[in-house]
Design a protein. Structure first.
Length: 90
């Protein structure tokens, strides 16, 4: 998983066919768009996505945008409510 962050502009983000083809070639199978008033982000996921190539994926999406950041996943975990200590009945 890779998160691509960039500043919001008047231009709406567009996922053009060439960018989608590049992402597919990099192993991306899912894209999510996140946004607030100042920052937009695209979450790129795919079992074959190599985080080392995150910059290449970001450039495919950002196009002419000069400034973007990529954040790479450090940890992923599942949380089970059955394992919480507060749930014990004594």
């Amino acid at each position: 998983m890779v998160l691509v962050l960039f500043a919001v502009s008047n231009e709406e983000p567009a996922l053009r066919p060439a960018a989608l083809a590049t992402l597919a070639g990099l192993g991306v199978t899912s894209v999510s768009l996140l946004r607030d008033e100042q920052t937009a982000g695209l979450v790129l996921e795919g079992w074959a996505l190599d985080p080392v190539r995150a910059g290449e994926a970001a450039r495919a999406l950002a196009g002419a945008r000069a400034s973007f950041r990529t954040l790479q996943q450090l940890v992923q975990m599942a949380i089970s409510p059955g394992g919480l200590q507060g749930d014990r009945k004594e």
